[in-house]
Design a protein around this ligand. Structure first.
Ligand code: ZN
Length: 375
């Protein structure tokens, strides 16, 4: 991961590079921003840059011994801590129990959620945690002399998932750090990290990506059309993970439209029995498909509001042929009175799906709320 691979965040990158150039790399840094802002990618590019033997003004060289090992994520002075789950063999596994899987996963893309990671190691609905057993591992690794670099670097992804005992041990290490050690904590929810730990770290706040940065990323990564990229980035709200998911599920647009139409028709008719069977049908699909449907619905609601607000500004509305013909009759039902609550309900359902809630309950609840709000 190089800085040049990150589609944006120029200011943050400049700041990180300057700290290396001026020799004032703070030994504990917390990179944080909303999900999908690319914080892990920045931490990886930064770690690589710090260790590079021949770095330029703007990036790692990519060819020195250190860079080559960083690319494969096998540099002996690069350590990882991340949430894992209990398995058949171990009741308290440590990160290294999953290090091979982790390397392969991160090499594919540094943009993912904890659920993406846990799904990849096939743990069902188990919670991802950094267990108490990890504390011993961290101490062991940092007591080693650095092998090849000036710095030992420990990237800690999602310290909010860390057992309190481990967090306290880490705190001690950060207070009295072993020589030439750099801690890079990467958090989506810093308010869930113990405050004493947060206060010992230099905070690096990372904003969401802009729509045009997301566009550029989608076009480069998936070779998709500009129109398609813009359609997605409007929905993704600067979240690069969501943008990729939306792109990968592009083919399901028509299915999502069908599900949306059904829900709205049943809601309008106050047909509760059908709303129930609708919710069971959605609950029977996978979590990614459910999230994808919700994202899709949010976009369609927003576009229909645009249609309702001002027929003349139709150029603001991005709809495919099928969507447009449905929306022609549907848009009068979406207005300033109900859009706020409708959007809230879909967003709540999204976060409940993410948190592994009971899908039947989530979608029945959503269906009933929509029944109240439509008309
Ligand atoms: Zn290099």
């Amino acid at each position: 991961m190089d800085f040049s691979h990150i589609p944006g965040h120029k200011e943050t990158i400049d700041h990180l590079i300057r700290s290396v150039k001026e020799g004032r790399v703070s030994h504990a840094q917390l990179l944080t921003g909303p999900e999908g802002c690319g914080s892990l990618a920045l931490a990886l590019a930064y770690a690589k840059y710090v260790s590079c033997e021949n770095r330029s003004e703007t990036d790692s060289c990519g060819t020195c011994k250190s860079c080559v090992k960083y690319e494969k994520m096998i540099h002996p002075d690069l350590h990882f801590v991340f949430p894992v789950t209990k398995n058949k063999k171990e009741s308290e596994p440590v990160s290294d129990s999953y290090i091979e899987e982790w390397r392969e996963f991160v090499k594919c893309s540094p943009y993912f959620t904890i659920n993406n990671w846990l799904d990849s190691i096939e743990v069902g609905n188990a919670q991802g945690l950094i267990f108490a057993s990890e504390a011993g591992e961290i101490i062991k690794k940092l007591n080693l002399k650095s092998f090849e670099s000036d710095f030992k670097i420990m990237v800690i992804w999602l310290p909010e998932k860390m057992h309190l005992a481990t967090a306290n041990k880490l705190l001690k290490l950060i207070e009295e750090p072993p020589e030439k050690t750099l801690f890079l904590l990467v958090s989506d929810e810093p308010d869930k990290v113990i405050p004493t730990l947060v206060s010992r770290c230099q905070l690096i706040r990372i904003p969401v990506f802009t729509d045009s940065e997301i566009d550029a990323y989608l076009i480069k990564t998936y070779n998709c059309s500009k129109e398609k990229a813009q359609e997605i980035s409007k929905v993704a709200n600067g979240n690069i993970i969501r943008a990729s998911e939306l792109h990968e599920h592009e083919d399901s647009s028509l299915q999502n439209l069908e599900k949306f139409k059904k829900l709205m028709r049943f809601a309008w008719k106050r047909d509760i029995i059908s709303v129930i069977s609708w919710s069971e049908e959605i609950a029977g699909t996978g979590r990614e498909a459910q999230k994808n449907f919700i994202s899709y619905s949010l976009r369609l609601l927003r576009e229909n509001l645009m249609l309702s607000l001002d027929q003349l500004k139709n150029d603001l509305v991005f709809l495919s042929g099928e969507e447009a013909s449905f929306s022609k009759n549907f848009h009068p039902f979406i207005n300033q009175e109900n859009i706020g609550q409708l959007t809230d309900e879909f967003n709540i359902a999204y976060s409940h799906v993410e948190a592994n809630g009971n899908a039947k309950i989530i979608f029945l609840d959503l269906g009933l709320k929509v029944t109240k709000l439509i008309r």
